[in-house]
Ligand binder design. Structure first.
Ligand SMILES: [Zn+2]
Ligand SMILES: [Zn+2]
Length: 157
């Protein structure tokens, strides 16, 4: 073989070697990029988890702050219910109204009693037993309304 041919062969081998090295480097770069992408994804996940924990803590604090308010509202509602319940009872006999002889009956002053109770009372008296406003048997009017009628205001005024 001539010296010229040998140098030609060597050159070709070197070029091949260079191409191989380049291809390997490219592969390594791709790997590095993929890894750094994974790292950034993992960091994002951790950040979101941290935010989630922070929000959960805030929610817990808000719940604690709200509890006294909720308790107070519950008490107010219970008091209102109690008042409605009391208002739906006859102030004579303390029994609930019912559809036969103990229907709701109202006087001119606005006070409400069981029908029979106020009838019996007005046979002997000429006034409302709650506020003393003049009243006679003819003043009694029957209220036809649902069971949940709130008469609490009549009693508290
Ligand atoms: Zn009654
Ligand atoms: Zn009255």
């Amino acid at each position: 073989m001539e010296k010229k041919d040998i140098s030609k062969m060597l050159r070709r081998e070197l070029i091949l070697e260079l191409h191989k090295a380049r291809a390997e480097n490219t592969k390594k770069e791709e790997l590095i990029q993929a890894r750094s992408h994974l790292v950034s994804l993992r960091n994002q996940v951790q950040e979101e988890k941290r935010k989630c924990e922070e929000l959960e803590q805030k929610l817990a604090i808000q719940d604690k702050d709200l509890q006294p308010f909720i308790d107070r509202e519950n008490q107010n509602l219970l008091a209102k219910l109690e008042k409605i319940y009391e208002g739906n009872k006859c102030s004579f006999c303390k029994l609930k109204f019912h559809s036969e002889t103990h229907r709701r009956a109202i006087l001119k002053c606005g006070h409400v009693f069981g029908e029979m109770c106020i009838h019996t009372y007005l046979i002997l008296h000429k006034n409302c037993p709650v506020c003393d406003f003049p009243a006679v048997l003819w003043d009694v009017r029957i209220i036809i309304a649902g069971e949940n009628l709130c008469t609490a205001n009549y009693f508290s005024s």
